[in-house]
Design a protein around this ligand. Structure first.
Ligand code: MTE
Ligand code: MO
Length: 544
């Protein structure tokens, strides 16, 4: 084996040892983040405008494992190169390793869950271990074949005869050492992931704990929107709120099926006993509230359909949750904020999460009577970690990117001119959810048999409700009224069903909804960026 090859292997083995040690330590300590994950996170955040737009809001969620893998492989390749370069100059190798280590330390430190001391210690120790591994392997590689590489066999043979090989490790020895380092590194990384996985409810397959918000027995106070008379628990949905038809989505989306969008590669781990939310900005007195304080306020359950602005027409980035939480206006009131003053100013309410992500909307939206909520439960259970545990915001009628801050840490009352995360990346400043409808019970391109065909699905216009849904089977020439299920709430999606008497032939099926104000969704097609997709969900089917 050429010395250069060995040097590359030595560098790569050093990188693997470093990753392994670092992953093992992050498995052992909740306050040490995963280095490749935090590096990937920084890459996402530093990616400018348009690229981040397409890359992270939707595609990104699926692509993050690829990104993290790319970071790991890229680093290993870079370290292999450093191994080769250090044949020329040890200094270059060491400087390169220091650079790689510094990127790792800095990225890890910018993780919101990182405890600085433990993180620096763990990552630096892992890097030193990697450098020592690479150094040891390099020593054995160069010792064996002296300074020059590519020496012809006979020369090496003579070197061995003269006894030089006693001071170095034989080829077999190098391979054993390098292989050992690679296996140990990979095993350590695997062990770290395994320990972490056992501590992680979702990975372990555990359901989020059922909600038992404590002492909510005080008599409820009257609030600005009189909403505190709302029930703490909603009755089960009536039977006529859904159609028992194949392909129809669950009326209340189970947590496991709830769509998932965020910029966090791994969801923050928050101890709810240590959690607080602060109300800052245009407030007379800065205010902080603990989890216990929040759940002992008058709370309620509310049916609210949440949608992502990135949802394509007919897409799956929309779900319906039964959320438990406290009215945002009650929390502001509790914080001593003058709601009148707030309403007059009508500036911006920014929700900021523990990882620094931000969403913002007009303050009046929190005060106009809709159930804008500080949420701590979903479908009768605690929030799942990936959906914002322990506390998030949910605002009826607004896309998630301007409103639905998960892992909430701060509510800031600020100017309207302040731009939050996705606004800086080219999305619309205001994000009201557009009226939309979707066909769920048949698929485009499908062959269906003649007879009665169920054309059904959901339509939504949160804060306005759905009053009418029509289905066309001839590409919009004529429209037929669909049957509507009972509406859970104006903020909830509504199921519809059209029983189509289908005769053999080719058809273009479409659906359109009309909201509670009498406005029919627009036919004009728009892309998700900048303010949400529009157009009719359309599909071709063959009846035979
Ligand atoms: N902290 C944080 N909250 C966030 C986001 C995020 O990236 N980080 N994404 C928002 C977006 S774009 C949407 S659509 C909703 C999705 O909420 P869900 O994943 O619970 O469905 O969360 C919002 N809240
Ligand atoms: Mo979103």
């Amino acid at each position: 084996m050429k010395t250069r090859t060995k040097a590359a292997i030595a560098g790569a083995a050093g990188a693997v040892a470093t990753f392994g040690a670092a992953e093992l330590m992050q498995g052992a300590s909740a306050s040490v983040p995963s280095v490749p994950v935090t590096v990937s996170q920084r890459i996402i955040e530093l990616t400018p405008g348009a690229l981040a737009t397409e890359a992270t809001q939707t595609v990104g969620k699926a692509a993050t494992p690829i990104l993290v893998t790319g970071v790991v492989i890229g680093t290993i390749a870079l370290c292999a190169l450093l191994g080769v370069l250090s044949l020329r100059s040890k200094l270059i190798g060491l400087a390169g390793a220091a650079g790689v280590g510094a990127v790792g330390v800095l990225s890890s430190l910018s993780d919101p869950g990182a405890s600085p001391g433990a993180t620096v210690l763990a990552v630096v120790a892992a890097v030193l271990l990697g450098v020592a591994t690479a150094g040891g392997l390099l020593h054995s590689a160069t010792g064996e074949s002296a300074e020059a590489e590519d020496e012809p066999e006979p020369f090496r043979g003579r070197m061995r005869e003269t006894g030089d090989s006693q001071t170095s490790v034989s080829r077999g020895g190098f391979i054993t050492l390098a292989g050992g380092a690679l296996v140990a590194g990979a095993a350590a990384a695997g062990a770290g992931r395994f320990i972490l996985g056992r501590a992680d409810p979702e990975v372990a397959g555990n359901e989020p704990a059922p909600l038992q918000p404590a002492s909510n027995t005080e008599t409820t106070e009257t609030t600005t929107n009189g909403g505190s008379e709302a029930p703490q628990e909603l009755p089960p949905p009536p039977d006529d709120a859904s159609f028992e038809v194949e392909g129809m989505p669950e009326l209340i989306t189970s947590a496991a099926n709830f769509y998932l969008i965020d910029t966090a590669i791994s969801s923050p781990r928050i101890n709810r006993d240590e959690w607080t939310v602060s109300i800052s900005g245009a407030v007379d007195n800065p205010f902080e509230m603990t989890y216990d304080e929040l759940v002992s306020m008058p709370y309620r359950e509310a049916d609210i359909t949440l949608s992502c602005v990135s949802n394509e027409v007919g897409g799956g980035l929309v779900s319906h949750g039964r959320w438990t939480g406290v009215l945002l206006s009650d929390v502001l009131n509790e914080a001593g904020v003058s709601l009148d003053k707030l309403e007059q100013a009508n500036e911006q309410l920014v929700g900021r999460s523990v990882d620094g992500w931000e969403a913002g909307f007009r303050t009046n939206i929190a005060l106009d009577g809709r159930e804008a909520m500080v949420v701590f439960g979903l479908n009768g259970s605690e929030l799942p970690r990936e959906h914002g545990y322990p506390v998030r915001l949910v605002v009826p009628g607004l896309y998630g990117y301007v409103s639905a801050t998960k892992w909430l840490q701060e509510i800031e009352l600020t100017d309207w001119s302040y731009d939050v995360y996705w606004i800086k990346r080219g999305w619309a400043k205001e994000g009201p959810i557009k009226t939309q409808s979707r066909i769920d019970t048949i698929q485009g391109g499908e062959d269906v048999s003649a007879g009665t065909v169920n054309v059904g699905g959901v339509a939504w216009a949160p804060t306005r409700g759905i009053d009418r849904v029509e289905v066309s089977t001839n590409g919009g020439e004529t429209w037929n009224d669909a049957e509507l299920a009972t509406q859970l709430d104006i903020d909830a999606w509504r199921q519809y069903l059209y029983k189509w008497n289908a005769e053999p032939g080719k058809y273009t099926i479409q659906v359109r909804a009309t909201d509670g104000n009498g406005d029919t969704q627009t036919e004009d097609e728009a892309t998700p960026i900048p303010s949400g997709a529009t157009g009719y969900h359309t599909m071709d089917v063959t009846v035979s």
